[in-house]
Design a protein around this ligand. Sequence first.
Ligand SMILES: Cc1cc2nc3c(=O)[nH]c(=O)nc-3n(C[C@H](O)[C@H](O)[C@H](O)COP(=O)(O)O)c2cc1C
Length: 192
Amino acid sequence: MTNKTAVTSAPILSVLAERWSPRAYDKSYQLTQNELVSILEAGRWAPSANNAQPTRYFVVTREDKNHAAIAGTLAGWNQAWAPDASAIILVGVESTNADGNVNPFANYDAGQAVAHLSVQAHELGLHVHQMAGLDIAKAAEILEVPENIHLIVSAVVGKIAPADTLEGPLHEREVAPRTRKSLDDIVLYGRP
Ligand SMILES: Cc1cc2nc3c(=O)[nH]c(=O)nc-3n(C[C@H](O)[C@H](O)[C@H](O)COP(=O)(O)O)c2cc1C
């Protein structure tokens, strides 16, 4: 199996270096309730602006009656692999605070919550792959998402399968080395 561990310029936590977003998932693996709750709990304990906790999750397991319909909302390039994972999680935010004011940090907080959830999944021997490629409006309709919640992204979670269960470009991506911009490209020290 290709080594997908990040090549880092300084040591980082191994769970962070090893987390990655595969596309080959075990079609038969069912998440245990403990796994699912642990992942969501990690999201729950992520920090958020004013501790407003705007993130909401809609969990659709592969066995759920809505799974095929939700899988059908994914963009074609995601539909080719994502339905094999154990669950599709739709992530949304309550973007208005209890006082009626818009929370400008809601999406930021949701990203942070999903990051925590992904790391927790990795620690449990599972993988998460986030996907923006889906028809959000259609997914919201299928799940009857309340009006005060705005879906923003989806993510699958499941047990990784061997890369050779994928073909063509999907297989190529699965075995490609992971890359990042250098720290010099993304960090600006001591601006005037
Ligand atoms: C908000 C967001 C949306 C993404 N959308 C997709 C997607 O629709 N399809 C896909 O295959 N990967 C998607 N990805 C996965 C990224 O391409 C992936 O995280 C990135 O290439 C880095 O790879 P790594 O997670 O393995 O380190 C998305 C990731 C994020 C954070």
